[in-house]
Structures are given as C-alpha cells and as structure tokens.
Design a protein around this ligand. Structure first.
Ligand SMILES: Cc1cc2nc3c(=O)[nH]c(=O)nc-3n(C[C@H](O)[C@H](O)[C@H](O)COP(=O)(O)O)c2cc1C
Length: 262
C-alpha cells in the first residue's frame, strides 16, 4: 500500500466515523424530543384542579378538622384530577397585615400580599387555586385570631383604595365552615364578619357550612362545664353530627363537580 493509499483510507475511515456519530446524535436527539412531547401530553391530559382548605382551628382531630376532612373526602371522590391541599394555620409562623403598603405602591400594586413569611407560599397558591375552603371554630363570637390574621393578609391586597373595588387574581367557589357551641336558635356567631363581604366581592358569594352545638370535650365529667348538660349535648350530637359531616362531604363534592364542569 502506498503512502497515498494509506492516507486515503484513513480519511475515509474518519469520515465514516463522523457520519456515524452524527447519525447516533440524531437518533438520541429524536428520543429526547419524543420524551418531551410525551411528558407535555401527560401534563395536558392531567390538568389538575386545586382546592385549598385553610384550617383555622388549633385542634387536629376535633370538630372543625373533621368537617374539613369530610369536605376533602367529598371533593376527592369526584375525580383524580381534583387535588385537595389542607393548610393548618396553627402550624405556621406568620403575621397579620403589616401595613407595609407594598401591595399599593404606584405601578407595582399587587392583589397578592408581598410580605414574606410562612404565609407567602400559601397566599400564592390560593391566588392560583380553583376553589377555597376556610374553616374555624367560633371563639367569642368570631373566627379564631389565627384565621382573622390570615384573612387580613389575604384580603387587604384585594382592596383598591382608588375606587374601593375588591379584586382577587382569580374568582373561585368558596365555602366558609364554622363549628360552635351555639345552636341554630341561640348563637353569638358573627361568623367571618366583615371578611365575608370581602370574600364575596373578590372571589364570589361564599356558601356557609355550620356545625352547631358541637362536643367541646370528649368527657364532660372531667371538666368544670356545669353550664352544659352533657346529656343534652349527646342527644343533639347523636341526631346531628353524622348529618353535619355528610353535609360537609356533599359540599366538597358539589364544589369539585362545579370546578370540573367549568
Ligand atoms: C376560646 C374559646 C372561645 C369560644 N367561644 C365560643 C363562642 O363565642 N360561641 C360558641 O358558640 N362557641 C364558642 N366556643 C366553642 C367552640 O367554638 C366549639 O367547641 C368548636 O366546635 C370547637 O372547635 P374544634 O373542636 O375544632 O376545636 C369557644 C371555645 C373556645 C376554646
């Protein structure tokens, strides 16, 4: 073999290797593109809808938490495209409205609170959610301090001081849950108070779901609670509690069905 032949063979070999490398690259590239398309197809068909449940009560397994749990079960029973997220306010370290006015700065106004603490990601999720549920025991005629504090942060950015309109990033169905000692005939509940007006204006007219005359403790004989007749409480509970939980389940189902029908 002459030196020239050897060089020719070498160039041919290198050229063949380059072509093969390019072909392998193309095949791999196609595979990557394919998997990206597949993923996006999956995301498109899934298209999850989110219901945010905000539990404003301190007790994890009592009345308010049970009503909210049933609501979540009802909502989840409708479709696996419904995602229910429950946030327990008493687990979070956060402040009420700090009056920083960051949400009202000219040219940078925002209808989601800009103050940064543990509530920030929750408020951002609510802004994008498809449904909202708030739950609270009634304390001294109102929702708990934690719920009220949360509501200040949720609602102040909705309020325009230019024209007093109320605008949330997105309108959505809302259910307000209350549990209390009071009865339908005798109760001191102011419910969500002035915040109900803000919620109605910014998100939509809320549905109220109330469990009356709840059991405050499991065993009345252990506590100084002579003002209550345990017997009367038990009778009321036997007649109404399962029904209350069922109403919560149905409300969850209704909200999820409404969201899926949109
Ligand atoms: C600090 C405190 C204040 C309360 N104030 C009221 C009240 O004003 N009216 C009422 O009907 N019940 C009142 N209750 C009773 C609770 O609202 C009721 O037991 C509720 O179902 C408790 O919810 P939970 O079981 O989820 O904690 C109060 C309870 C506590 C601990």
């Amino acid at each position: 073999m002459t030196k020239m032949d050897f060089m020719r063979k070498r160039v041919f070999f290198l050229f063949t290797m380059m072509v093969m490398a390019l072909m392998v690259g193309c095949v791999n590239h196609d595979k990557t593109t394919e998997s990206v398309v597949d993923n996006s197809k999956e995301t498109n068909t899934k298209h999850m809808k989110t219901i945010m449940i905000i539990d404003g009560g301190p007790r994890k397994n009592f009345n308010t938490a049970s009503m909210l749990q049933k609501f979540a079960e009802g909502a989840s029973s409708v479709s696996d495209q419904i995602e229910v997220k429950t946030v327990r306010l008493y687990d979070l370290d956060y402040k009420g409205c700090m009056s920083c006015m960051a949400c009202k700065v000219k040219g940078k106004a925002s209808n989601v609170c800009k103050y940064k603490d543990a509530l920030t990601p929750i408020l951002e999720e609510i802004a994008q959610a498809d449904g909202l549920v708030l739950g609270s025991p009634i304390y001294f005629g109102d929702v708990t301090g934690q719920m009220r504090t949360f509501l200040e942060r949720l609602a102040f950015p909705w309020l325009s001081y230019n024209d007093y309109s109320l605008t949330a990033p997105k309108r959505m169905p809302v259910v307000l849950v209350e549990t209390m000692n009071g009865t339908p005939e005798r109760n001191n509940s102011n419910g969500y108070g002035s915040m109900e007006h803000c919620i109605a204006g910014a998100l939509g007219e809320p549905e109220r779901l109330i469990a009356y005359n709840t059991y405050q403790v499991k065993d009345y004989s252990r506590y100084e609670l002579a003002g209550f007749s345990e017997e009367a409480k038990r009778r009321y509970r036997d007649e109404h509690w399962e029904e209350d939980l069922q109403r919560a389940f149905e409300a969850g189902k209704r909200m999820a069905e409404g969201i899926m029908a949109l």
